[in-house]
Design a protein around this ligand. Structure first.
Ligand code: SF4
Length: 262
């Protein structure tokens, strides 16, 4: 583990591997991310605890496609009194899996409430929008909290109000929405780089549209992330060629990327 200062970060994102069965147009995951072993995950969790971090997000790639037991790692994190989250594309998150994982919170994507547009952005996965709605309905029914993530890009820039209305409706139905993350599209990674000319938005466009949402005073947290790789509160852990890397400091230097499916 490199000697990097991660003090003052509250949340650690563990990118278990880079693989994913989806191919979203804005995916910023790099193919260079390799699979972590459960032992490496354990070492990271211990480090997070020593650094007094509070919460761990298991992400990828797609964490539900990790070749090891995610539920064991969640159990371990919980035994260390870390708050646990799973950032997933939702495809594999059926009721049995939710019961088995028993995470404290889930992070799920919603990029438009127009199914065609959402599914188009999600790489042409035609049923993805329906799957997400089903997952959100179920989490609402069983009272498990979730966070929604949206990648704001050229195609959905003018559709954020519709997502706002949808989330407010869910909230009124009793959904325990913890937060809504609004990520600005970044032209990098295996999807984002390829589709940059179609999806790119300026920082000004991003701030103008997301400010409208902030001004509405939503009943849950709304986080703006103009650069999803950098956050004062979050640090990232991933493996490359079997070696664990940590920290946005390394990211900045290496221009590496992550995906929370968020
Ligand atoms: S954005 Fe997430 S769900 Fe989409 S391809 Fe990348 S890792 Fe998979």
């Amino acid at each position: 583990m490199p000697d990097i200062d991660i003090q003052h970060r509250r949340v650690g994102v563990i990118m278990l591997h880079g693989s994913c069965s989806m191919s979203c147009l804005f995916c910023i995951t790099e193919n260079s991310i390799t699979e972590m072993s459960p032992e490496q995950v354990k070492t990271i969790l211990k480090l997070m605890k020593e650094q007094e971090m509070e919460s761990v997000v298991f992400g990828g790639g797609e964490p539900l496609q990790w070749n090891h037991s995610l539920s064991d790692s969640i159990k371990l994190a919980k035994s260390m009194r870390l708050h646990t989250q799973v950032g997933t594309n939702g495809v594999g998150l059926n009721p049995d899996v939710i019961q088995n994982l028993n995470a404290d919170r889930y992070v799920l994507p919603m990029d438009s409430i127009n199914p065609q547009i959402h599914n188009y952005l999600r790489g042409g996965f035609r049923k993805h929008y329906d799957i997400i709605k089903k997952r959100l309905r179920y989490l609402t029914e069983i009272g498990v909290p979730f966070t929604i993530s949206t990648v704001v890009c050229r195609i959905n820039l003018d559709m954020l109000n519709e997502i706002t209305a949808f989330l407010l409706h869910l909230w009124e139905k009793g959904a325990r929405i913890h937060a809504w993350h609004l990520y600005r599209f970044l032209p990098m990674g295996r999807g984002g780089l390829k589709n940059a000319s179609m999806l790119h938005i300026t920082k000004d466009e991003y701030f103008e549209k997301t400010e409208e949402i902030k001004q509405r005073g939503m009943p849950f947290l709304v986080y703006r992330r103009p650069n999803m790789q950098l956050s004062k509160e979050v640090d990232f852990f991933w493996a490359e060629a079997g070696e664990v890397k940590v920290g946005s400091q390394v990211w900045e230097k290496k221009n590496s990327t992550y995906c929370l499916c968020e």
